[in-house]
Design a protein around this ligand. Structure first.
Ligand code: BTN
Length: 245
């Protein structure tokens, strides 16, 4: 069970941590609480009934899983780097819990070719000038023992034996550490943990399916892909390994 005393044994930070047995979405909880509290804080749930994924998708969120959202005040000048921070922090925290994962650009974590974790960052902007005020960092990690629905069975992996209290503690510390780390160090760590560099990938650009070899990730976090026609610089989108096709 999630337990604040156990979390406290592992973490260095003392942010407010809210534990829930069930919630619609921890990202949604953060958005509501951010209206009344101005500091950074965390929501962690055993189960979500309306877990949100990227691109408007649902995120499968069965009981005894790991559904974590941290709301942080925006660090000026870091807008583009939040996704990199989350991926590096999640991989590092999982490593501290005995699980090796690799980053699939932009911010999924994979183990043995299957997705172990998904990340959804959401912005809270000023209604006046639309400037970025806070970022909600939502991270779901597949640790529940419930079987995956059929459509996820070949694509997702469950990480066994993870202490969720330790993971929540390490993850919150790691996010704070990487949010304030020098950008060059963050990028170096992101690349070190990425598995797409040097691999052949398939993606869609301007409505056209393309194929190329990933050469690098630049200092804005863009993926640099070499194709027979030239170089594509991708800032977002879905990428598959050619060997998966
Ligand atoms: C994705 O892979 O599409 C992103 C999934 C993000 C899921 C997490 S679970 C905690 C937080 N609450 C949500 O509703 N979504 C994020």
């Amino acid at each position: 069970m999630l337990n604040i005393n156990q979390i406290d044994q592992w973490r260095k930070n003392r942010l407010p941590f809210f534990l829930k047995e069930e919630t619609a979405s921890t990202n949604a909880d953060c958005r509501v609480y951010a209206e009344e509290y101005d500091g950074d804080f965390v929501f962690l749930a055993e189960k979500q009934t309306a877990g949100r994924g990227r691109r408007g998708r649902d995120f499968y969120s069965p009981d005894h899983g790991f559904y974590f959202s941290m709301c942080v005040n925006a660090v000026t000048g870091k807008e583009i780097l939040y996704t990199l921070v989350c991926a590096v922090a999640a991989a590092e925290a999982l490593e501290g819990c005995g699980q090796h994962t690799e980053i699939k650009w932009v911010n999924d974590l994979y183990q043995n070719g299957k997705k172990a974790s998904g990340i959804l960052c959401e912005a809270i902007r000023s209604p006046e000038d639309f400037s970025l005020k806070k970022v909600i960092i939502g991270i779901g990690i597949n640790v529940s023992e419930d079987p995956f629905p059929e459509e996820l069975q070949d694509k997702a992996v469950r990480l066994e034996g993870v202490d969720r209290n330790k993971l929540g503690a390490l993850l919150s510390d790691s996010i704070l550490k990487w949010l304030h780390a020098p950008e060059e160090e963050l990028l170096k760590e992101y690349k070190r943990r990425s598995f797409l560099i040097g691999r052949e990938v398939v993606y869609e650009l301007n409505g056209k399916e393309k194929c190329g070899t990933v050469r690098d990730i630049n200092d804005k976090g863009n993926l640099i892909v070499q194709t027979p026609e030239g170089t594509d610089t991708l800032s977002s989108g879905e990428i598959s390994l050619k060997e998966w096709k």
